[in-house]
Design a protein around this ligand. Structure first.
Ligand code: DGJ
Length: 713
């Protein structure tokens, strides 16, 4: 028996069985086990063998990273493919394994063959040094002259039997990322998205954890697929009580057919574990922050025009808006939808990416010049993959619009999808966008994508083009960035429709939701944060009456909820009164003062007993300071709220705690506890275990707590 391989990095151990020419089988994924000698590793493997007789052929344990029917696996299959009804039950073996140390962390590379089928497989399983994340992917190669069609390729990460509850997310437009939990019963809990992007309804992760796990407690393991197209994440528990998390692309019929020597490579499946969800999320945040392309400059405060003016563009109004934005402290002016040829509403013109001469007779230059004079950079909205049938582009190139055999398909928001698999369509988009970026000196693109891909056939033969579309969208982002160094991209997609580690290789932030109502934003940002760190989430201060929910909220609550991410403003500053603009400016100044902490620290959430309350914060890496927000989100049945315990601080050090009010003095609906008069100084352990009395607040009110480590005596 070959000794199992032990990959250790970033606080994570992954022990992988590699004996008998079989595919890798993960024996342990979780906390670092320390250095283990060969004898211990061999015993770890022997100790993991189940007590079953020789006749048991079903559900091999431990489960290989690619489970195979031919080896007795009756659960979700790893690889589904065939050649005209043959070669459908692959059996990869003769595996050879090699471990390499890379700068990113140790990687196990395995090659295996199915000689009868003429197929070869390659696996990479890596533990990332900066984060302790595990990631794996596989490639299948066809070595015969007969085409081999792949229907699905899903890899598996095992979780232990203690993982008895599943958490994932659902949602809809303007209410994305709603958590849902269930027991981890025998069977499959699969979350698929088939709309050509992950979508508003899709889950960012499937998490399995110990009963009752929370943000700070309970072991959890979660998986994510770094892919912006069709996909399925699943938690499966089989009757032999193996539990695992799988991920893979959802492929359309004949979308992947391999000719001789051709390969299909799966996207990376990521796995994160932690003690509580904060720990699990922190690995994703550390991973994103460790990449060379992670935004390193202070995130410029954005003024976005959408909710202020919608499609009503004119130079005087937008110049005045820019001036008011700069006065309030904005550093980036983003001109949203409505600037291009004939775009007066959402019924026409997508695809005609030329500045509208009727609305902008002198082009966008006068606005851009003024924006720069005001010390801001300039961003512009595009929706590159979309087209209205009422556009010059659609009239000139109907063959560039996806068509599965029944025409361009159902409209959604009056739009259809441009097939980037056509070289002409791709070249057109690159030329139009690159020209505008270059001539206007655009620093930032808000990259929208509103319609799902339905019967997205590539003309003229109608073959599915969804997978290719995702690759081409990545390519377009990459080539625009290469041609315009420093260009930043936001992945918007209706707000929250394309949030994944695939697009975040190219995009610098996501727009988590079109909902700027702080009551909803609190939850949307909290759950988007399972994957995305604060500096990559756009968080804007919207109007007093939310445009999506029609609730009203005071500025202080709206601003406090926007404080934590990449801050922006959508309030119409042209109609806002002086006091509102002054308070907004104070919030922006406060954000700038603290954004180094907010955009680099560890995000923490307290597990509070009463569902009416929320407490979350960011703690500096060196635990020298922190900011927390205590919020009331519904009316609790008992009063006052009682004590809140502050997570994440250094147990051994003393901290002073004070309530801060960056916008306006606390108003009606906020009663502060006696300690806030002089602040308190307490050890981190006391703040974690005992806590401090919370302020008494009405619903949708919050108080910020600033915590600073006291100097050592
Ligand atoms: C949908 C986006 O999510 C909004 O923020 C806005 O950009 C509109 N599209 C513009 O049409």
């Amino acid at each position: 028996m070959n000794t199992p391989i032990h990959l250790r990095s970033g606080g994570t151990s992954l022990v992988v069985a590699v004996d008998g020419g079989r595919l890798p089988r993960i024996l342990h994924w979780g906390p670092d086990l320390g250095a283990l000698g060969d004898d211990a590793l061999a015993d770890l493997q022997r100790a993991a063998l189940p007590a079953i007789g020789d006749s048991a052929v079903t559900y091999p344990q431990p489960v290989p990273v690619l489970p195979q029917l031919a080896e007795g696996w009756l659960g979700r299959p790893g690889l589904v493919g065939d050649t005209g009804g043959r070669r459908w039950a692959p059996k990869f073996r003769d595996a050879e394994h090699e471990v390499a140390d890379t700068d990113d962390g140790p990687v196990l590379r395995t090659t295996a063959l199915d000689p009868e089928y003429g197929l070869a497989a390659e696996f990479e399983i890596q533990v990332l040094a900066a984060s302790g994340l595990v990631r794996q992917r596989a490639a299948i190669r066809n070595d015969t002259a007969e085409p081999y069609r792949i229907d699905s390729l899903e890899l598996a990460l095992p979780v232990p039997p203690e993982a008895s509850e599943i958490l994932d997310l659902t949602g809809r437009w303007a209410l994305e990322r709603v958590p849902q939990r269930r027991p981890f019963h025998v069977g499959e809990w699969a979350r698929a998205s088939r709309g050509g992007k992950p979508g508003l309804e899709h889950t960012l992760l499937v998490v399995a954890g110990e009963a009752g796990f929370g943000f700070r407690e309970g072991m959890v393991w979660g998986t994510h697929l770094a892919w912006s197209g069709n996909q399925v994440l699943a938690a499966e528990r089989v009757p032999a009580d193996t539990r695992h998390l799988t991920a893979g692309e959802v492929l359309l019929p004949s979308e992947v057919v391999l000719g001789q020597g051709e390969s299909y490579r799966s996207p990376w499946q990521y796995g994160s574990w932690g003690v509580g969800l904060d720990d699990l999320a922190a690995r994703f945040h550390r991973h994103l922050r460790s990449r060379p392309q992670h935004p390193s400059s202070p995130r410029p405060v954005v003024l976005n025009t959408w909710e202020a003016v919608y499609f009503h563009h004119d130079l005087d109004t937008l110049t005045a808006l820019a001036e008011r934005g700069a006065q309030a402290g904005a550093e980036r002016f983003v001109l949203d939808d409505g600037w291009f040829l004939g775009r007066r509403d959402d019924t026409s013109s997508l695809g005609d990416w030329t500045v509208d001469p009727d609305v902008w007779p002198a082009g966008l230059e006068p606005l851009v010049t003024r924006v720069r004079e005001l010390g801001m950079d300039f961003g512009l909205w595009f929706e590159p993959e979309m087209v209205n049938l009422d556009s010059d582009l659609a009239r000139e190139h109907p063959e560039w619009i996806f068509d599965g055999g029944h025409g361009p398909g159902l409209p959604s928001r009056h739009q259809h999808v441009l097939d980037l698999g056509h070289p002409g369509a791709y070249a057109y988009l690159f030329e139009r966008m690159s020209d505008l970026i270059g001539t206007l000196g655009i620093a930032y693109i808000k990259w929208d994508h509103n319609r799902y891909l339905l019967d997205a056939g590539h003309t003229p033969d109608g073959r599915p083009g969804v997978r290719r579309q995702v690759e081409q969208a990545y390519r377009l982002m990459a080539e625009l960035k290469a041609a315009h160094p420093g260009l930043e991209i936001e992945s918007c997609a209706s707000g929250g429709g394309r949030v994944d580690l695939g697009v975040l290789e190219f995009a610098d932030r996501v727009w988590p939701s079109d909902c700027n109502d702080p009551h909803e934003r609190l939850e949307i940002q909290r759950w988007t944060g399972l994957l995305v760190p604060p500096e990559m989430q756009g968080t804007h201060i919207g109007a007093e009456e939310s445009h999506t929910t029609h609730r009203t909220h005071p500025l202080d609550y709206r601003a406090e909820k926007a404080l934590w991410g990449h801050l922006g403003v959508e309030v119409n500053l042209l109609t806002a009164d002086d006091e509102t603009r002054a308070a907004l400016a104070r919030w922006i100044a406060f954000h700038k003062e603290h954004r180094a902490l907010l955009h680099s620290g560890e995000v923490v959430h307290a597990d509070l007993a009463d569902a009416a309350f929320r407490l979350e914060g960011v703690v500096a890496d060196d635990r020298g300071e922190a900011l927390y927000a205590f919020s009331v989100v519904e009316r609790p049945s008992t009063w006052p709220p009682g004590r809140i315990r502050l997570p994440g601080l250094d147990d051994e050090r003393d901290y002073t705690v004070e309530a801060v009010h960056p916008g306006s003095a606390p108003a009606a609906g906020v009663v502060l506890p006696p300690w806030q008069r002089d602040g308190v100084t307490l050890p981190g352990r006391v703040l974690r275990l005992v806590g401090i009395e919370a302020p008494s607040l009405d619903v949708d009110r919050s108080v910020l707590l600033r915590v600073v480590r006291a100097p050592e005596m």
